[in-house]
Design a protein around this ligand. Structure first.
Ligand code: ZN
Length: 248
């Protein structure tokens, strides 16, 4: 029996399987990991642009950057990672699906109740009244600070529904993620190098609680030595086979 067969067997017998997905789950949908070198935006580090400071100090570049990300997202379709996870969830094999991704592709593939710990690029939020709107409202041509997209209710500045650097993570999503992690007897990391905290601590919390850990990622992570199953393969290959073995 190889590792994927073993993992599928563990999914079949687990009482509470929790899955955490990261950027590697969406690369096959044409959405590059924005830590990768190709992700650079006009010579500016996107990590710096995706911050509250950038929104306030360089609003034109900030909104242009998010408009670019929205345009990439509009053509993106779910890939076999998303469809396999949605099928496993429908069949009752996944108790909680936590994602670091903001692309909404798990939901587009039919997954429900996705815990989006870094927010969603499908929405935008008013900085003043915190009302949420579809992201189409920030898909605007911002050429000067006067063009900043405004809240239809209070005229506050709208920001993308993603969590920016220097912002708190959404407390409700983090709480749900933690609660599911503490119940897990199997925790599967899919396409995350576990570099971004505090979400990267969830697998260790699961292991402390007695869960078996599986890591499906092309690159090494800081938790590899704790993983019972370490699969340095494309997530699509692993999940498609699990799906086939479990016949969902
Ligand atoms: Zn408002």
């Amino acid at each position: 029996m190889d590792q994927i067969e073993e993992l599928a067997g563990a999914v079949a017998t687990s009482k509470c399987t929790v899955v955490l997905t990261g950027a590697g789950a969406s690369t096959d949908s044409g959405l590059p990991d924005f830590r990768s070198k190709q992700g650079l935006w006009q010579g500016i580090d996107p990590m710096k642009l995706a911050s509250l400071t950038a929104l306030r100090s360089s609003p034109v570049e900030f909104y242009q950057f998010y408009r670019h990300r929205l345009s990439r997202l509009s053509g993106a379709q779910p890939n076999p990672v998303h469809t396999a996870l949605a099928a496993l969830q429908r069949a009752g094999y996944v108790s909680a699906l936590i994602t670091q991704n903001v692309d909404g592709l798990h939901q587009a593939a039919g997954a429900t109740d996705v815990i989006e710990v870094h927010g969603s690029l499908r929405e935008c939020v008013c900085l003043d009244c915190r009302s949420r709107f579809p992201s189409s409202l920030i898909d605007a041509d911002v050429l000067s600070p006067a063009d900043i997209p405004r809240c239809p209710q209070c005229r506050g500045a709208l920001k993308p529904g993603v969590i920016l650097f220097e912002e708190e993570l959404p407390a409700d999503a983090i709480e749900r993620a933690l609660e599911a992690t503490q119940r897990a007897d199997l925790f599967i990391v899919v396409g995350s190098s576990l570099e971004v905290g505090p979400v990267n601590q969830l697998p260790a919390i699961a292991v402390q609680g007695g869960a078996d850990l599986a890591i499906v990622n092309l690159d090494p992570t800081h938790l590899d030595r704790k993983a019972r199953w370490l699969l340095r393969e494309r997530a699509a290959v692993v999940l498609e086979r699990c799906r086939g073995i479990l016949k969902v």
